[in-house]
Design a protein around this ligand. Structure first.
Ligand code: EPU
Length: 335
């Protein structure tokens, strides 16, 4: 195990923020991870670095989860259960599943980050969430150093939420995730507007897994910046879920406001729309900015600090609260 002092984290966070770890280690086995935990009380777990904003140097040992491997653990004629280690790149895993003709996660193509973080915030896009196919996940209990298995139900998934962000926050390190995927009669989900339009453009009637994935990739590439070219963490905010009362008040002033009904008492409002209406889309403040094609995404044009991005996000939150009476919450973890 190689512990590096004063490691720059610029290449380990998709926002491309310059910050340092006083000490850094990359672990490639669960045994190594247990060793580290038994010797260090204070550690910071780093996955793919695609859902965090660094606002300071990290004064703890940063443990980069670099566990690799994927295997079929169970299968029958219709389904397979595939287990991927936490450090596998998510998109590469999706493409590998599509190549094996395993269906269920094709709509989640091109999402940055690693497999291990997907259950934490129940990643989702184009009408599909990880909770729809996640069978179970294994996680290391930081106190007991035992590996525990969580079923789908035990993860308590909700929109961009799970038990690991709430009552079990910071108590577990996810080491692997298993997915139950279809081997035939794939139930492809193309009802999300943009996918349907993309497939129609190409005259595709009964899309294969690969065709759905390609459509999703084309949509994402047209709207979302590639972190390799422009630092970002995907959607910076969650779409707010508000009471009917708050929604009605805002709607009275802004009748064209889109919304999706989530329950009898609550609706979800697209934060991207609110941010665009508030005039922030495409705006730049030094090297911190709001993406020109998708207002939910904050970007780093090069040398923005975490504090500058946070200042921009606060400005956006306050403006939206004043204009619409709606609170929007960061999806990204601010460190
Ligand atoms: N909208 C605007 N202006 C914008 C962006 C969006 O008016 O700049 C409006 C759109 O016109 C549409 C609505 O907002 O009416 C929804 O837009 P879109 O379909 O692009 O999705 P989103 O709600 O903005 C969510 C996810 C994305 C995911 C897309 C597609 C969240 C926080 N974000 O965005 O996830 O790719 O749906 O399913 O739920 C991510 O989490 O990092 C991410 C990119």
């Amino acid at each position: 195990m190689n512990i590096i002092q004063n490691q720059s984290l610029k290449n380990y966070n998709t926002f491309g923020i310059e910050a340092k770890a006083i000490a850094f280690v990359s672990v490639t086995s669960v045994e190594e991870l247990k060793d580290i935990l038994s010797q260090n009380n204070e550690i910071f777990i780093l996955g793919g670095g695609s859902n965090m904003l660094l606002t300071q140097d990290i004064q703890k040992l940063v443990v980069h989860i670099n566990l690799k491997g994927r295997e079929i653990v169970e299968e029958n004629n219709d389904f397979t259960i595939v287990k991927a280690q936490a450090g596998e790149n998510w998109h590469e895993f999706v493409l590998w599943c599509i190549d094996q003709n395993f269906g269920g996660i094709e709509n989640l193509s091109l999402i940055p980050g690693n497999v291990g973080t997907t259950p934490i915030q129940n990643i989702g896009a184009y009408g599909v969430e990880i909770k729809d196919t996640m069978f179970s996940c294994e996680a290391l209990n930081k106190k007991t150093l035992a590996i525990e298995t969580f079923t789908n139900a035990q993860c308590k998934f909700e929109y961009r939420e799970s038990v690991f962000k709430n009552e079990l926050k910071d108590q577990y390190i996810i080491t692997s995730v298993s997915f139950k995927l279809s081997k035939r009669n794939h139930n492809v989900s193309t009802t999300y507007g943009a996918i349907e339009t993309e497939l129609q453009k190409q005259n595709i009637q009964n899309p294969t897994l690969k065709e759905v994935s390609n459509a999703v990739i084309a949509i994402r590439q047209s709207k979302l910046p590639d972190p390799k070219e422009l630092g970002n963490s995907g959607s910076f905010f969650k779409n707010p879920i508000v009471s009917n009362e708050i929604y009605e008040k805002a709607k009275a002033l802004h009748p064209e406001m889109p919304h999706y009904v989530v329950s009898e008492t609550h609706v979800k409002v697209p934060a991207g729309w609110l941010i665009e209406q508030a005039g922030f889309k495409g705006k730049r403040f030094g090297d911190a900015g709001v993406h020109k094609n998708q207002a939910l995404v904050l970007v780093n044009y090069g040398t923005a600090s975490g504090a500058e991005i946070v200042a921009l996000s606060k400005n956006i939150q306050e403006t939206i609260a004043t204009q619409f009476g709606i609170e929007i919450e960061a999806e990204v973890n601010i460190i």
